[in-house]
Ligand binder design. Sequence first.
Ligand code: GRF
Length: 195
Amino acid sequence: MADSLPKLAVLISGNGSNLQSIIDQITSDQLAAQIACVISNNTNAYGLERARKHKIPAYAIEHTQFESKAEFEKEILAVLNNYQPDLLILAGFMRILSPDFVAEFPNRILNIHPSLLPKYKGLNTHQRVLEAGDQEHGATVHVVTSELDSGKIIIQDRCKVNADDDIESLQQKVHRIEHVIYPQAIREYTQQLTR
Ligand code: GRF
């Protein structure tokens, strides 16, 4: 890998705004990496279109089409095998990967989570922040391990929660943070990998 750009495979489920921020940083030479492929578990994910617009191979692998998680993951592995990525980037990928899958890429999977981990692992983070009356919120990029949202934290950034914030406004604030810290975390992490 030392001689070439680190190869990323990005896994998504939806809009793909984080994918877009990574693409934008690559195309503007701010992130020295290449996206080998994008995989979505949802055929209708807008992120697939974003990838195709940039001529990145994009695959829909619907989890609902498989009898088990193992079969679904086998198919993802088969696609990844064609590209041999250095790093897997989970960018709004809404399936929990099995320990067996994670073990195929030790310390080679990153995730972005919309909370200040270790607070609010799992879903509905904005709602939980509001319910708890927290005064700050944020996003975290971390290494994926077999335990949900628990691997080593690479970067975290925070924002204030105001009295008039609601789920939507928090989502927007957190997205703005994510679009900055995810490319930054990938930059730092891939530099480490090449050392
Ligand atoms: C992000 O908020 C991410 O933290 C969460 O899902 C959202 C994905 O957004 N896991 P997008 O698809 O990148 O726009």
